[in-house]
Design a protein around this ligand. Sequence first.
Ligand SMILES: [Fe+2]
Ligand SMILES: [Fe+2]
Length: 475
Amino acid sequence: MSVNYSERIPNNVNLAEDRRLQRALENWQPGFLQWWNEMGPENFQSSDVYLRTATSVDAKGWATFGYLKMPDYRWGIFLAAPEPDRRIAFGEHKGEPVWREVPGEHRGVLRRLIVTQGDTEPASVEQQRHLGLTCPSMYDLRNLFQVNVEEGRHLWAMVYLLHAYFGRDGREEADALLQRRSGNADNPRILGAFNERTPDWLSFFMFAHFTDRDGKFQLATLAESGFDPLSRTCRFMLTEEAHHLFVGETGIGRVIARTCQLMKQHDTDCISQYGGIDLAIIQRYINFHYSVSLDLFGSELSTNAANYYGAGLKGRFKETDRDDDHLLTSSAYRIFRNDHGSIVESDQPALVALNENLRDAYIADCERAMVRWNKIIREAGIDSTLTLPHRAFRRAIGEFRGLNVNPAGQIVSAGEWQQRKAEWLPTQQDLDHVASLMKPVTRPGEFAGWISPPPRGINHQPLDYEYVKNLPDQS
Ligand SMILES: [Fe+2]
Ligand SMILES: [Fe+2]
């Protein structure tokens, strides 16, 4: 499964043997590059960035590292190796061989799933395009760009599926993916979280931690798909996604570490005047990004989710590791519901509760990260903890939409919500303070005062390695 880099579009799918598909993708490529040049990282297109590039899809040693200008990144098509005799693991077709082509009756639904996933990839590049100008270090700058080029590649992954399996509709959808713009009033990206602004690096780390993590869970369910090309595509995307989550979690962890250090040093909780970010502000950012990301899983009860599962299109997280009938037609699942304005737990048919099932797996993952962050605080000798807000807090989709719920999960009056909102969500003052800290630090080995250095560099390189060369003049 090694990658052929001698072609215009690097790939491990024998693209050269399918002239029609190769031509279609070569026709799409200039539009992609134009989009990248317009909407990719502002001001850094001619810098040399120490990037990893996929050279095979094997678990060991799939990446090589080297300096590249981002527009020269070898975006291409990489699928995980096929599993011999793979069978559909769930739903009505359980036990049947997986599909190599799109089943006719599910064409529309599959296309929609692929387009929705595909749309998030360029959206995040657009959201993050100004961040390079205010990077806290060269190490972080390089990580941002690594995430950006890989999100570009994830777009390629979905566009490949559209071109290869969905004919003319697929081609039109692939073009539309280059036309929508994050936050654009007339032609926005499909999902809410991908139209939010990412104004500062704390937001970026939160996004990479909470919102990219939704991506991990969505990709994992698509990796279970009975449509084998989608499964193989998503399996390889997940290996790239792991780095994005690393950037998010460790980024926030380093901000927390620095905050604690300043708190100790100055013996106060309020360290804004010393150029740090208070734990209270970090907590409010968590509340915001977590609640926005929870919405991405959709409504608690969803017949669409049931249909995707029954049809074998989208499984559960770690479907094959689960010990049940993989049909779910006679099982129940406990969810939280809004019962006339109070939050109750209720057993529901498992099939319609699949969105909540996935959200639960996501929440458990987020909780594990909270434990690690709180360990940083504890070990610094600070008596304080960060928490995830209740799942019903500030939701815009599903059961709790529009309900006034505080972070502890209690329903409060509209008046109390308005009055206390500033305790729970980033205020203009918070945003202004964080924005005031966003000054570029680009000398190798130096770090901004609001974030700790990481314990080690990228690819065994030292921390003061020159991760990005040929920087734009930022005077
Ligand atoms: Fe992605
Ligand atoms: Fe990602």
